[in-house]
Design a protein around this ligand. Structure first.
Ligand code: BES
Ligand code: MN
Ligand code: ZN
Length: 497
């Protein structure tokens, strides 16, 4: 779907479908909705009077202009209560309108910026949210199956603004939204494609395209390279993998050591069978999403490049499968990570923390102001916070934690703080090595975070996104499947750094 901004009256638009909006307390619409109402000889007001249009959240009224204006149809999206309206309300309203337009097989859609008029939100932010809600709702995973019933796609979306003074800001908001949505969609596509397609090699190819497009330095290390870097933890997981492992490093402004450095690390298990500690068959296929952290990092790096952020940003994604195999690592193995710490394996299904250990050690070489890792790390996190609710957040730096909390709230990719209690460290004490790779069932999310902490020596945030990378059902602008969770959060955090 193409998107553009024009100045003018939306009722004069030649789009086939117009999208306007309504708060739940309105009896006589004002602004753009009012202008359309007048052009339709009061058809919107009439529906309000009869109670057929209430402006509640999720409502989309459909009106037929019968020749009064060029458009074929007008959609009136409910914004709900004025006092509860925010940028998330804008995204949801945009998504509701867009999805109804798609259901009605619209080709050319024109929309106003939700929230920039009477609601008084800042024009640029409201435009960004309108465009993001629309673009992300329009996304449909293009499964490579032979089918007649290809889903309908809207050809173009025109954002119409009457106020000349706001147009520049709206254009900026829309441009930002396009860059961000492209990153989210990249991450969604990586998660949605099957694990025999999205292999570590495919992850590396994707990273190469990002590097070439945005002039980033890229390093892709294989087994030999990882061995040279003493990455025993990463290699242990990769040992049983038929697919070649790839340790990927993308550098934006890599040689600009004058800039603040932020490192993003993403767990890139392209398929997690559990290894020798094999998972049950039921729903194992969901573990194609176990590279959701790496997908978010690659998506965020793409956006960082597109927006050319004035920071030194490093993206690290250790990618491998976790397979049971004659060569696979086993429970009771003792492994040495790249910082020299020894790890006693008690469960090969706790593989994410293994690959992250070497990823986090590698992050240290950039002398970072902050390192953020994202990982579909534990089922325990999903038990604690729910599926699709919030990511678990652990941090060794209160300022950093607060920044991520704020960024998550702003973009509605929520993160919630969980504790790094010293008891969790005791649970992973080993008799024969420096640390155990699993603390067992109780406090599983905290013990996994405490494990990772052993491999950090800089301000650090760990985000457990196990419940967030894959959505079971459609929800507003997040369709079922890969969510791209983390991309918008990271970009918001970096833009506000
Ligand atoms: N990738 C899984 C965690 C996961 C579970 C992600 C559900 C998404 C949804 C991870 O590698 C794993 O298997 N974790 C184990 C850890 C345990 C062995 C200590 C878990 O959560 O059971
Ligand atoms: Mn696992
Ligand atoms: Zn895993």
């Amino acid at each position: 779907m193409k998107i553009q901004v024009v100045q003018g009256n939306i009722q004069e638009s030649t789009a086939d479908t117009l999208i306007v909006n309504l708060f739940d307390d309105v009896t006589t619409p004002a602004g753009a909705t009012g202008a359309v109402d007048t052009a339709l000889n009061g058809a919107i007001s009439e529906l309000i009077v009869h109670g057929d249009l209430t402006g509640k959240v999720g409502e989309v009224g459909v009106l037929y202009p019968r020749g009064t204006i060029p458009a074929k149809r007008v959609l009136v999206v409910g914004l709900g209560k004025r006092g509860e309206f925010d940028l998330e309300g804008v995204r949801k309203a945009a998504a509701a309108g867009l999805k109804r337009a798609r259901d009605l097989k619209a080709q050319h859609v024109a929309t106003i910026v939700h929230g920039a008029g009477v609601a008084g939100l800042e024009a640029q932010a409201a435009a960004q949210a309108t465009a993001e809600g629309s673009l992300l709702a329009a996304y449909q995973y293009d499964a490579p199956k032979q089918r007649e019933d290809a889903p309908h796609e809207i050809d173009s979306l025109t954002v119409v603004e009457f106020d000349k003074k706001k147009v520049k800001a709206i254009e900026q908001g829309v441009d930002t939204a396009v860059a961000i949505s492209d990153g989210v969609i990249l991450a969604r596509n990586l998660v949605n494609q099957p694990p025999n397609v999205v292999t570590p090699t495919k992850m590396a190819e994707t990273a190469h395209i990002i590097a070439a497009t945005h002039g980033m330095r890229i390093t892709v290390g294989g087994r030999k390279w990882a061995k040279e870097h003493n990455m025993g933890a990463f290699l242990a997981v990769a040992q049983g993998a038929g697919e070649k492992p790839k340790f990927i490093v993308l550098e934006h402004n890599g040689n600009r050591e004058d800039l603040d450095t932020i490192v993003l690390v993403g767990k890139g298990i392209t398929f997690d069978t559990g290894g020798i500690s094999i998972k049950p068959a039921e729903r194992m296929g969901d573990m194609k999403s176990d590279m959701g952290g790496a997908a978010a990092v690659l998506g965020a790096m793409k956006v960082v490049g597109a927006l050319n952020l004035p920071l030194r940003v490093i993206g690290i994604t250790p990618c491998t499968e976790n397979m049971p195999d004659a060569n696979a690592y086993r429970p009771a193995d003792i492994i040495t990570a790249s910082n020299g710490k020894t790890i006693e394996i008690i469960n090969t299904d706790a593989e994410g923390r293994m690959v992250l250990a070497d990823g986090l050690v590698y992050a240290g070489r950039y002398n970072p102001k902050a390192v953020i890792d994202l990982a579909t790390l534990t089922g325990a996190c999903v038990v604690a916070l729910g599926s699709g609710t919030a990511a678990g957040m652990f941090s060794t730096d209160d300022g950093l934690r607060d920044k991520l909390l704020a960024a998550g709230t702003a973009v509605h990719e929520r993160v919630w703080p969980l504790p790094l209690f010293p008891e969790y460290r005791k649970a992973i004490d080993s008799d024969v090595a420096d640390i155990l790779n699993s603390g067992g069932r109780f406090g599983g999310v905290g013990t996994s975070a405490m494990f990772l902490k052993e491999f950090t020596d800089y301000p650090w945030v760990h985000l457990d996104i196990a419940g967030m990378a894959l959505a079971e059902k459609d929800n507003s602008y997040i369709p079922r499947g890969g969510t791209g969770f983390g991309v918008r959060l990271l970009v918001e955090f970096l833009r506000n750094w």
